[in-house]
Write a protein that binds this ligand. Structure first.
Ligand code: ZN
Length: 258
């Protein structure tokens, strides 16, 4: 789904049939846009994809995964030249002691210790693509979630959530939301939030690359700013079953990732 939306955006930008399925027409147009010339008429899809990957400086294997689609999206929809993408090194996972901007760190501190390096890695990876993101929401207590649920119902304001305390991934330290910021290349000085941007799909692809689950892939409520680290035991579980188990673990004082 993340790829589906990214591919659709690319197809739309290239004036192709927007169906989320990259066939020969789509790859031909991508080759033309990225490599700068038409692919040879006898070139197979594998060769076309390899040429595009080589030009973009991503891993060349003739099959397009999130990294390749992220780079194509950045070049075609994001308007960055392939050489700019190629210059960017893929950042390594941020370890202990390496920190993000102060606003992000304030929210990262509320996350499960296991999730924190993933959040920092996502910030780093996005920065490597020239996108400043900050973690703008981390963990909410059950009481805070109940308070939020009351908003627009028994309290003034607009409705911002459909779930009560204990029914949000944000109640267990496994989930966080990001916002893209503009205004400066220095994350501390970039203070202009950007809520609508096709770049959220690029960030989503980067998140799945580091092993996070991206809310933009959800089928019921698409939530592009949302990322979570799904515990291994919940890999095949529905969201509601996972949350029920998390509530039990919390009540029993058990670790969520054990
Ligand atoms: Zn969220």
């Amino acid at each position: 789904m993340s790829l589906d939306t990214a591919i659709r955006a690319i197809q739309s930008e290239l004036d192709l049939t927007v169906d989320g399925r990259p066939g020969p027409d789509t790859w031909g147009a991508i080759h033309l846009a990225i490599v700068g010339k038409k692919a040879a008429t006898d070139a197979g899809l594998d060769a076309i994809i390899r040429a595009v990957q080589t030009k973009l400086g991503v891993f060349v294997d003739g099959s397009a995964g999130p990294e390749t689609w992220g780079a194509i999206h950045l070049a075609i929809v994001g308007g960055k030249a392939p050489k700019d993408i190629k210059k960017m090194d893929t950042p390594t996972l941020a370890g202990e002691g390496k920190t993000a901007d102060s606003r992000s760190e304030g929210n990262i501190a509320t996350l499960h210790p296991l999730v924190r390096p993933f959040a920092r890695a996502l910030i780093e990876k996005a920065a490597g693509q020239g996108i400043i993101i900050k973690v703008t929401s981390g963990t909410r207590s059950f009481a805070e979630q109940d308070d939020l649920y009351a908003q627009g119902r028994t309290k003034p304001g607009r409705i911002v959530t459909n779930v009560r305390g204990g029914y949000s991934n944000h109640n267990f330290g496994i989930a966080f939301d990001v916002t893209i910021f503009n205004g400066s290349s220095d994350p501390e000085k970039a203070k202009t939030p950007v809520f609508e941007s096709s770049l959220y799909k690029v960030v989503g692809a980067l998140g799945t690359e580091v092993g996070l689950e991206w809310g933009g892939n959800w089928k019921t409520i698409v939530d592009e700013p949302h990322f979570q680290l799904r515990p291994g035991w919940a890999s095949d579980m529905s969201e509601s079953k996972m949350l029920a188990d998390l509530r039990q673990r919390k009540a029993a004082g058990e670790d969520y990732y054990a």
